[in-house]
Design a binder for this molecule. Structure first.
Ligand SMILES: O=c1ccn([C@@H]2O[C@H](COP(=O)(O)O)[C@@H](O)[C@H]2O)c(=O)[nH]1
Length: 235
């Protein structure tokens, strides 16, 4: 694991210009970037291509959740763009995830990581109850992580709070990608299941997805540097 690239900066911007101007302040040798629903819906594949030209590994975070055929073809389209990582929702089920895995394996030369979202880090027990699930987030995350692994995917998105228990039940190479990262002095916002960068690395997160604590900081580069220092100290 290249420790210098543990951080994935979420480029949650409403236009390509803002996203690329943030990217220009980052070093592709030190971090990766994430393109999510807002930016991709506004700017499309062009922004992914522009980030690739700048040398960044791109996590295309579109969280596909549809019938198996539609999801598989969307994953293929992402892989054909050459993204480093793409994701689906694990709650789409085994057949959906297997179809996505099989389709991805047919893309020549692509080595795109395919992972699945378990329970969104913005959700807590009450949110699961609201959608008819009487279960602790951790229990549901464990169940979905095992289903994801058994469906042949490379890892999951989960909270860093779940990393230590998940490490007990998944393979060592299974990736645990964790958003909901908040430095001690950062605003929590809409996230619920959070951890600091140091705690997340200490727990065994493979990659930390961090957006607003960097992109909305008065000095984003300095904010990222503080996070990198915290990560180094926690190793
Ligand atoms: O469970 C999830 C899955 C994805 N995300 C995404 O990560 C970033 C987090 O941004 P912050 O500004 O650091 O909160 C954002 O793009 C989400 O779409 C997540 O937060 N939780």
């Amino acid at each position: 694991m290249n420790d210098a690239k543990r951080v994935i900066v979420a480029l949650d911007y409403p236009d390509q210009l803002s996203a690329l101007s943030m990217a220009d302040q980052l070093d592709p040798e030190k971090c990766r970037v994430k393109v999510g629903k807002e930016l991709f819906t506004r700017a499309g594949p062009e922004v992914v291509e522009a980030l690739h030209k700048k040398g960044f590994d791109v996590f295309l975070d579109l969280k596909f959740h549809d019938i198996p055929n539609t999801t598989a073809k969307a994953v293929r389209a992402a892989a054909e763009m050459g993204v480093w990582m793409v994701n689906v929702h694990a709650s789409g089920g085994r057949r959906m995830m297997e179809a996505a895995r099989n389709e991805l394996d047919q893309v020549n030369g692509a080595r795109t990581f395919l992972i699945a979202v378990t329970v969104l880090t913005s959700m807590e027990r009450q949110d699961l109850a609201d959608i008819g699930m009487d279960i602790e987030p951790l229990e549901h995350v464990k169940r979905l992580a095992l289903l994801t692994q058994n469906s042949g995917l490379d890892g999951v998105v989960c909270s860093a709070q779940e990393v230590a228990p998940l490490r007990q039940i998944v393979a060592p190479e299974f990736q645990l990608v964790t958003p909901g990262i908040r430095p001690a002095d950062a605003e929590v916002g809409d996230q619920k299941r959070i951890m600091t960068p140091g705690e997340a690395i200490g727990a065994g997160s493979t990659h930390l997805v961090i957006g607003r604590p960097i992109t909305r900081a008065a000095l984003p580069v300095e904010a990222l540097q503080r996070i990198e220092n915290e990560i180094l100290a926690a190793r």
